[in-house]
Design a protein around this ligand. Sequence first.
Ligand SMILES: CC(C)(COP(=O)(O)OP(=O)(O)OC[C@H]1O[C@@H](n2cnc3c(N)ncnc32)[C@H](O)[C@@H]1OP(=O)(O)O)[C@@H](O)C(=O)NCCC(=O)NCCS
Length: 196
Amino acid sequence: MKINFLDLKEFTSPASLESKILTKYIIEKMFDLHMQASQTVWDKEMFDEELKRKGSGFLICYSDGGGSNENDIKNIKAGGGILQKFGASDIDVGIKLNLQSQIIGFFIFYSVLDEMHILDITVVKEMQSKGIGSLMLDWTIKKYKSADIKYFFLEVRTSNLTAINLYKKFGFKIFMLRKNYYDYNKEDALCMVKEL
Ligand SMILES: CC(C)(COP(=O)(O)OP(=O)(O)OC[C@H]1O[C@@H](n2cnc3c(N)ncnc32)[C@H](O)[C@@H]1OP(=O)(O)O)[C@@H](O)C(=O)NCCC(=O)NCCS
């Protein structure tokens, strides 16, 4: 299995018939992943609207549809293979993407002035804890460091230890607790920030 990353905003601009069909497919798959992995419910239209919003960013992680290969997983875990090579040039423009591609994860964010706000990051269950979330966050931080972004902000459920650990690993600090922030079960949110 070869893992690829796609900058969906670049892929859809300018939009072609092919990119429109593939984007529809990607959004369907993102929605499925989101519903499986998250307790914060977005509907499909929200993905569409977010994609159109000025300043939003969508990083998509996908495979060529082949089965997962033990060596790929070991490489990712060991920080070798794609992890070391990963950089701006490894973000493709959808050349390898097709309707057989398996969407493994996605990362959605948007920028306002010098702030970047993380809206959602999700990795398919079978591929969690193998470094993919870290890859997506790392790419985004590096990309926007040189684009006048000074702060990354996010909210996360107080019970979501995996996500909190991921953000702490990248230097995010808790600065506030928002009581009853989430509609579903009224859970509190930790507000975290990373200064670049
Ligand atoms: C949160 C999420 C995106 C992390 O992606 P991931 O690919 O699983 O994360 P990584 O493998 O890169 O791990 C990053 C760090 O998270 C922590 N982590 C990973 N798996 C963990 C687990 N099972 N338990 C506790 N911490 C864990 C570790 O600190 C890890 O760093 P390390 O491997 O260097 O020690 C993913 O678990 C997910 O999709 N969760 C469901 C959706 C979600 O909750 N999104 C967050 C919304 S705010």
